[in-house]
Design a protein around this ligand. Sequence first.
Ligand code: HPA
Ligand code: ZN
Length: 334
Amino acid sequence: MQTFIENLPKAELHLHIEGTFEPELMFEIAQRNEIDLPFEDVEALRKAYDFSRLQDFLDIYYQGMNVLREEQDFYDLTWAYLTKIHKQNVLHTEIFFDPQGHTDRGIPFETALNGIYNALQDGQKQLGISFGVIMCFLRHLDEDAAMATLEQALAHKDKIIGVGLDSSEMGHPPEKFTNVFARAKAEGFHIVAHAGEEGPPEYVRQALDVLHVERIDHGNRALEDDVLTQRIAKSGMALTVCPLSNLKLCVVDDLKNHPIKKMLKAGLKATINSDDPAYFGGYMNENFGQLAEAVGLTRDEIATLARNGFEATFLPKDQQQALVAKLDAYLATA
Ligand code: HPA
Ligand code: ZN
């Protein structure tokens, strides 16, 4: 099954580019920017990746991105991610970035965006990986800050396809961002939001009814509400599920208890993604592979998850179909 997964064409739809910052690259960039990391070495940093909830991770995630200063840093970070997923047969990726995690440190919006975007363009040319960029608002900050960030993004509509919502979920419900998401939608951005990772089903409902999301990032806790689950299933809306993230952030206590089969049985359009692979211990193939092993996914279930990934992209229909055709061609021979 592992070989089947490795060669399987895949799309990734839930990936924070700042969450791909591997300790080795972090130390390298820290050194060239003359920044002292509060960790002795790569080993000590990796040891700190032991989380019991989302906030534990976020504290270290924001500390890590502090090393990113120059456009080249953002380029190198993104390029490292692309070369990894290229080896994993990821054909398309829609990545998040957290502009406020940078602008709040005095790094210009354009420094981050251009570094990321230039690497993605090179990835498309040299590795054949198509892409989209989604910028996320940090939900622990207020709506005015999100609105100011959206205004900065308006000059870069050619580079940014959508807006999302991430960071500390509890106490920061989607409705806190009603106005900024309405404005983003009116400006033509795609809309997604993290909901139901730690937050209750009510946050998922708000993401649907107040923010008008087109995909739900995580969405695990929607399963606690049958009516909500049926509604999402009926609408065909995708959930971007992140198995190793769920394990590392204790959303599930054991990968064996991951609700992926329950999601599929409920008719939810679940997809598999890596979230913050440098922190959670694996990229796409590790997420597919370890989940498949833990819950005993069948070949058909794995193929469905991969198909859902392509069908849930924000690509135009013809490009989506071209990717699904690649998947079908693979399935016919594998
Ligand atoms: N959840 C919420 N915010 C985040 C995450 C996550 O998994 N990763 C980066 N920001
Ligand atoms: Zn996430």
